[in-house]
Design a binder for this molecule. Structure first.
Ligand code: GDP
Ligand code: MG
Length: 163
């Protein structure tokens, strides 16, 4: 069986966009509206020849984005627990938010290896957000642009030891 990778993060950071890029098809619905993750949530990913099963998650897309309750969160927790690695996405343009910090606190307590990914990092604004992500305490962030396909080689290097 293929190794597994779960994508987690608060709403609207680009989880489904990254999922679609890695799977190479538009299986997950991408929307400006937070909370839009339906349809297929898993697919076979290929990242520069690295093959793994990827899971899109929606566990933090609650009515109240500042809390973490609910069934969807449990699904996300299970996906991360079962995965060989988790990609924790933040919005590199907005920087670290309180909900990012809350998710990071949870991930630090899990045993699954976590790679912090600062998405939307095209251009200078995104690079600054990536630097800020160091303070999440989950190691070196990787700056990418899921939409523009930038940072793919860095993501490959970060994931390769785990899958
Ligand atoms: P999700 O809620 O985390 O699944 O986020 P989505 O994948 O649905 O994306 C939310 C919004 O962010 C959409 O409008 C995307 O087009 C946009 N987005 C995703 N990736 C990038 C990126 O790399 N750069 C920029 N500028 N926008 C992005
Ligand atoms: Mg989504």
């Amino acid at each position: 069986p293929l190794p597994t990778v779960a994508i987690v993060g608060r709403p609207n950071v680009g989880k489904s966009t990254l999922f679609n890029r890695l799977v190479g098809k538009r299986l997950a619905l991408v929307d400006d509206q937070p909370g839009v993750t339906r349809d297929r949530r898993e697919g076979d990913a290929n990242l520069l020849g690295l093959e793994f099963r990827i899971f899109d998650t929606a566990g933090f897309e609650d009515e109240d984005p500042q809390t973490l309750p609910g069934r969807m969160r449990q699904q996300t927790e299970a996906a991360v627990r079962d995965a060989d690695a988790a990609l924790f996405l933040i919005d590199g343009r907005e920087g670290v938010t309180p909900l990012d910090e809350e998710i990071a606190r949870w991930l630090r307590a899990e045993t699954t290896p976590v790679i912090v990914v600062a998405n939307k990092a095209e251009g200078r604004a995104g690079q600054e957000g990536a630097y800020e992500a160091y303070r999440l305490g989950l190691g070196d962030p990787v700056a990418i642009s899921a939409e523009h396909g930038e940072g793919v080689a860095d993501l490959f290097e970060a994931l390769r030891p785990h899958v």
